[in-house]
Design a protein around this ligand. Structure first.
Ligand code: ARG
Length: 461
C-alpha cells in the first residue's frame, strides 16, 4: 500500500478496502495529463513566489524525467500506489528529495483529478473530431461519385420515392456535421481550468489561477471552487454526443447490413472488412457493421451510468465521482474504434449500381410523380391520389410497373393521361425534377456539395 495520507490513522487500511478504493489500475490512463497539470502547477507556484524558481525548476525537471522514463519503458507505473497522483508524487520525491514534497502546495487531489479528467477528455475530443473529419471526407467523395446512382428511398422500409446514393449518403453527412459541431461546443464550454479550486474552497496561497489556466491552454480559470471539483457535466455532454455518434453509425451500419444481404445486393463489403463462418463455407458476414451497431449499447450504458452516479451527490467532491473514469475511457475508445472501422468499411465497399437502379424502378416509387402529373393537368390532388391508387392496384394485378402499362390502359383509368406521362414518371425525371435545396436532383446536390467542400476545407485549415 502506498498512499499520500495516514498521519491521523492509528491502523493500517484493510487490504480489501484499499483495493476497493484504489484507482491506479485505470487512472494511469491520464498519466500524461497528470504530469502536464503538475508541471503547470509547479511553474505557477514558482512564478507566484510560493516556492522558489529554483525549486520550481527542480520539480518540473523531475516531472519531465518521470514522463520520459515511463514513455520509454524505463520506469513502470507501480500498481501498489493508490492512484496515478500518488505514483507521480512519490516517484518525484524519490528522485529529487524533499523539494518534491512542495509540489502539492495549494492543491488537492480533488482539483487535480478534475483537471486531469478535463485535460484527458479535451485531448480525446480533438482526436474524435479528427476521425469524424476523415469519415466526412470519405462520405463527401462517395457523394461526388454517385450523383446519378439511382436507388429507392424508403419509409417504413417500404420503397417510397427514388433518390440517389449521393443523396442518401448526404443524410449521414449532415448528421456527422452536427456531431462534429456538438463536440466543438462541448470543448468550448468545458474549457475552463479547475486547478486552484483546492479541496473545495480555494486556498490561502496567492495562486495565479489565470497563469495556470493559460499554461494549459484553457480559456481561463473556473469561477466557483466548489463547482470546479464537483462538475462532471462535460462528461455527461460528451457521453451524450458520443451516444449520438453511435446512433448515426448504427443506423448506417444497419442499412449496410440490409443492402449487403443476398436479397438486396445493393453493396458488397470488401473481403478485408468481412468475416467467414466456421461451418457454412459460403458465408461472408458483415461483422464489422454488426459490431459497430452492437457497440452502441455500451456507449449508451456509459451515459446512463454517469447520469445515475451524479444524481443526488451533495456538493462538493465525493468519491462516487471516481466512477466517471472507466466508463468514459471505454466509451471514448469504443467510439474511436467504431468511426475508424466504419470509415474503412465504407471506403472499400463496392456499389452495385445496376441492382439499385432496377430496384428503384420497381415498387411504384414514381406513384407520387404520376399523381403530380395529373395535378399539373388540372386534376385536384386528392382525386389524383385516388386515381393513381387504383392504377397501382391494376398494375399489381397485372404484375407490371406503371411505366409498363400502355397508354390505352392508363386512359381507361383516367383519360387525362397523354403520351408525355412516360417521360414525366421516368426514374430520371423523378429524381432530376427534385431540385429544391436539400432534394436529390443533381443541381440541388451540387449546391450542397459546394457548401460541404468549403466546410471540409475550413475544418482542415
Ligand atoms: N481517484 C480519485 C478520483 O478519481 C481522486 C480524487 C481523490 N480525492 C479524494 N478526496 N479522495 O476521484
Amino acid at each position: 500500500m502506498a498512499q499520500l495520507w495516514g498521519g491521523r490513522f492509528t491502523k493500517e487500511t484493510d487490504q480489501l478496502v484499499y483495493n476497493f478504493n484504489a484507482s491506479i489500475s485505470f487512472d494511469q490512463k491520464f498519466f500524461d495529463q497528470d504530469i502536464r497539470g503538475s508541471i503547470a502547477h509547479a511553474t505557477m507556484l514558482g512564478k507566484a513566489g510560493i516556492i522558489t524558481e529554483e525549486e520550481s525548476k527542480q520539480i518540473t525537471d523531475g516531472l519531465r524525467s518521470i514522463l520520459d522514463d515511463v514513455k520509454s519503458g524505463k520506469l513502470e507505473i507501480g500498481m501498489q500506489y493508490e492512484d496515478i497522483h500518488s505514483f507521480v508524487e512519490a516517484t518525484l520525491i524519490d528522485r529529487i528529495g524533499d523539494t518534491g514534497k512542495k509540489l502539492h502546495t495549494g492543491r488537492s487531489r480533488n482539483d487535480q483529478v478534475a483537471l486531469d479528467m478535463k485535460l484527458y477528455t479535451r485531448d480525446e475530443i480533438v482526436n474524435i473530431k479528427e476521425l469524424l473529419l476523415e469519415l466526412m471526407k470519405t462520405l463527401h467523395q462517395i457523394m461526388k461519385d454517385n450523383l446519378d446512382t439511382y436507388m429507392p428511398g424508403f419509409t417504413h422500409l417500404q420503397k417510397a420515392q427514388p433518390v440517389t446514393f449521393a443523396h442518401h449518403t448526404g443524410a449521414y453527412m449532415e448528421m456527422f456535421k452536427r456531431d462534429y459541431s456538438r463536440l466543438t461546443d462541448i470543448y468550448n464550454r468545458m474549457n475552463y481550468c479547475p486547478l486552484g479550486a483546492g479541496a473545495l474552497a480555494g486556498t490561502t496561497y496567492p495562486l495565479d489561477r489565470e497563469l495556470t489556466a493559460s499554461l494549459l491552454d484553457f480559456e481561463g480559470p473556473t469561477l466557483n471552487s466548489m463547482d470546479s471539483v464537483s462538475d462532471r457535466d462535460y462528461i455527461i455532454e460528451l457521453l451524450s454526443a458520443l451516444s449520438t455518434i453511435c446512433i448515426h453509425l448504427s443506423r448506417f451500419s444497419e442499412e449496410i447490413i440490409i443492402w449487403n444481404s443476398n436479397e438486396y445486393q445493393f453493396v458488397e463489403l470488401d473481403d478485408s472488412y468481412s468475416t467467414g463462418s466456421s461451418i457454412m463455407p459460403q458465408k461472408k458476414n458483415p461483422d464489422i457493421a454488426e459490431l459497430v451497431r452492437g457497440k452502441t449499447g455500451r456507449v449508451y450504458g456509459a451515459l446512463i451510468s454517469i447520469l445515475t452516479t451524479m444524481k443526488g451527490i451533495p456538493l462538493a467532491y465525493n468519491k462516487d465521482m471516481q466512477e466517471d473514469k472507466e466508463l468514459t475511457f471505454d466509451a471514448i475508445d469504443t467510439v474511436k474504434g467504431c468511426i475508424a472501422l466504419f470509415n474503412g468499411m465504407i471506403k472499400t465497399m463496392k456499389l452495385n449500381k445496376e441492382r439499385m437502379q432496377i430496384s428503384a424502378m420497381n415498387g411504384f416509387t414514381n406513384a407520387t410523380d404520376a399523381a403530380d402529373y395529373l395535378v399539373k393537368n388540372g386534376v385536384p390532388f386528392r382525386d389524383a391520389h385516388g386515381i393513381i391508387g387504383r392504377l397501382v392496384l391494376y398494375a399489381i394485378d397485372n404484375n407490371k410497373a406503371i411505366d409498363d402499362l400502355s397508354l390505352q390502359e392508363l386512359q381507361d383509368i383516367c383519360p387525362v393521361f397523354k403520351e408525355d406521362i412516360y417521360d414525366a414518371i421516368s426514374l430520371k425525371t423523378c429524381v432530376e425534377k427534385r431540385n429544391t435545396i436539400g432534394a436529390p436532383g443533381v443541381e440541388a446536390m451540387k449546391q450542397v456539395l459546394e457548401i460541404n467542400e468549403k466546410y471540409l476545407k475550413d475544418l482542415e485549415a
